[in-house]
Design a protein around this ligand. Structure first.
Ligand SMILES: [Zn+2]
Length: 175
């Protein structure tokens, strides 16, 4: 399948429409620079929620997907360095493990960084995910084989890539 065709099937353009809708729910605090989530409805822990492709995302997680165009892998949490759970400013967010979310996320003043490099990368880009989804069809390799090859190349876990290939994650790319 051609790239452009594939991207539209995957909802690239719809993703931009979601971004517009997302930004309408945001008010910027001029003092802190926090993007305050104003939409009603809260998840456990006080986080805002945003729906895309019939799936609910925590609003700050959606911010990384829509604004930074990166999707944190499911085993990583998105934490706030500003400690404001209503904030969805992608520059105020960093990616940590769940364990860190319970402890270190409360520490203030840390620079943005992607954690977990020892255990592999915390994110792959949307472009990489699209490539991954395209490969079985293009090459005729099985999804498991593709997961294995790309896991080595990108330094991420094979299981993570399988989750993407079998559609339990990254649904926003294929809806
Ligand atoms: Zn903030």
């Amino acid at each position: 399948m051609e790239d452009s065709k594939f991207l539209s099937v995957c909802g690239k353009f719809t993703l931009d429409r979601y971004k517009e809708r997302f930004l309408k729910c945001v008010v910027i605090d001029p003092h802190s620079g926090c993007w305050i989530w104003t939409k009603k409805g809260r998840a456990h822990g006080g986080y805002g929620m945003f729906s895309m492709y019939r799936k609910k995302f925590r609003a700050h997680r959606a911010a990384l997907i829509l604004i930074k165009k990166i999707t944190p892998l499911p085993q990583y949490s998105v934490c706030h360095k500003c400690d404001n759970t209503r904030c969805v400013n992608p520059d105020h967010l960093f990616i940590g493990t769940h364990a860190e979310n319970m402890h270190d996320c409360l520490n203030k003043g840390r620079a943005f960084r992607v954690r977990g490099e020892k255990s592999g990368r915390a994110v792959i880009s949307d472009a990489q995910a699209l490539e991954l989804l395209r490969l079985p069809k293009e090459t005729g390799l099985t999804r498991n084989r593709v997961a294995k090859l790309k896991a080595q190349e990108w330094g991420v876990s094979e299981n993570t890539l399988k989750q993407i290939l079998y559609g339990t994650n990254w649904k926003h790319l294929r809806a």
